[in-house]
Design a protein around this ligand. Structure first.
Ligand code: SF4
Ligand code: SF4
Length: 276
C-alpha cells in the first residue's frame, strides 16, 4: 500500500511527519520531493545504491535535414527553433515525447540520453529508504519522480511528496492508495489545506489530516475538517523542544511525548487505510 503525504504549503513539517511515521509504522520511506529531498538527513540510511535518471533528447543530422521546420512546428514545448542555418534545440524544454522524430520525413532526427538526476536507495534498520534528486538547474522533476515510484518495495510505502499542489504532487498521487494531508493552524495553512483537499478528492482515495504545530487555542482546522467530514488522524503539539530536535537532525519520536502521539496516529491510520 502506498500512502502519499502532502501539504498544500511548504513548511508545515511534512518531511518530519513522513520520516517519523515511516519509522513508527515500520513502513518504507520514499522521498519524492526531488527538488529538496531532505528526509535522508534524519534517517541517514546505510548501504546506499545510486542510479542515474536519464531522459531522451533529439539530435539533428544536418546532412539529412532540409530545414522544412515540421519538427519545430509539432513541438508543443517550443524546444526546437528553426533558423536560416539549422534547427536549434533548447534541451531543458524538451519533454522527450519523440513527436519531432515521428513527423520528420527525412530521417534527420535520432535520440541521445542526458542525465537529469539520480535515485538513491538504502536502509534504516529494516525499512527501505528511497529518494530522487533532481540535478540543480533542471526544470522538470516529473521524470525523476516517476523513476522513484516505478519499482516500489513491498509493504507500506510512505511517499513524501513535494509541497503545494503542482504536477509533481499530482504525479506522486497517481501512485497512491491513500493520502495524509499535513497542515498547521494558520490562515495560510487552512487556505492551502483546502487546495490539497480539492486535489486529493479528484483521486477518489481515502485520506485524513494531521495537524502539526498544534495549538489548542486555535481550532480553525478542526472546524474545517468537521464541515468537510474529513478525519483528523492526529495532532503534533507545537513546542520549542521539537524545533531543537528537528534542527539537530534527530527524529522527534526520540521524545517520549511525541512517540506516543505518533503511535496514536499509526493506530488511526490503520482504520483509514487498512493494510494488515
Ligand atoms: S523535420 Fe526533419 S528535415 Fe524538417 S527541419 Fe526538422 S529535422 Fe530537419
Ligand atoms: S522530443 Fe518532443 S518535446 Fe522534445 S524536441 Fe521533440 S517534439 Fe519537442
Amino acid at each position: 500500500m502506498n500512502i502519499a503525504i502532502l501539504s498544500g504549503k511548504g513548511g508545515t513539517g511534512k518531511t518530519t511527519i513522513s520520516t517519523n511515521l515511516a519509522v513508527m509504522a515500520g513502513g518504507n520511506y520514499i522521498d519524492c520531493d526531488v527538488e529538496e529531498p531532505n528526509g535522508f538527513i534524519f534517517l541517514n540510511p546505510s548501504d546506499l545504491k545510486k542510479e542515474e535518471v536519464k531522459v531522451d533528447y533529439p539530435v539533428i543530422n544536418d546532412n539529412n535535414c532540409t530545414l522544412c521546420g515540421d519538427c519545430a512546428k509539432v513541438c508543443q514545448f517550443n524546444a526546437l527553433v528553426r533558423t536560416k542555418k539549422n534547427i536549434i534545440l533548447f534541451d531543458k524544454l524538451c519533454h522527450s515525447c519523440h513527436a519531432c522524430k515521428i513527423v520528420c520525413k527525412y530521417e534527420a532526427i535520432s535520440f541521445k540520453k542526458r542525465e537529469i538526476g539520480i535515485i538513491e536507495e538504502g536502509k534504516y534498520n529494516n525499512i527501505i529508504c528511497k529518494r530522487g534528486i533532481l540535478n540543480i538547474g533542471e526544470p522538470m522533476a516529473v521524470p525523476v519522480i516517476k523513476d522513484v515510484l516505478k519499482d516500489l518495495p513491498n509493504g507500506i510505502n510512505f511517499i513524501d511528496c513535494a509541497p503545494g499542489t503542482s504536477c509533481n504532487v499530482v504525479n506522486s498521487l497517481s501512485y497512491a492508495d491513500g493520502a495524509i494531508l499535513v497542515t498547521e493552524p494558520s490562515a495560510f495553512g487552512l487556505h492551502d489545506l483546502n487546495m490539497a483537499v480539492n486535489l486529493v478528492r479528484n483521486f477518489h482515495i481515502p485520506f485524513g489530516v494531521i495537524i502539526n504545530k498544534y495549538n489548542p487555542k486555535d481550532n480553525r482546522i478542526q472546524k474545517y475538517c468537521q464541515k468537510e467530514n474529513i478525519k483528523i488522524l492526529g495532532t503534533i503539539n507545537y513546542s520549542r523542544k521539537v524545533a531543537e530536535t528537528y534542527s539537530s537532525g534527530k527524529m522527534i519520536i526520540e521524545i517520549e511525548e511525541y512517540k506516543k502521539a505518533f503511535k496514536e496516529i499509526v493506530k488511526n491510520l490503520k482504520e483509514v487505510f487498512p493494510w494488515n
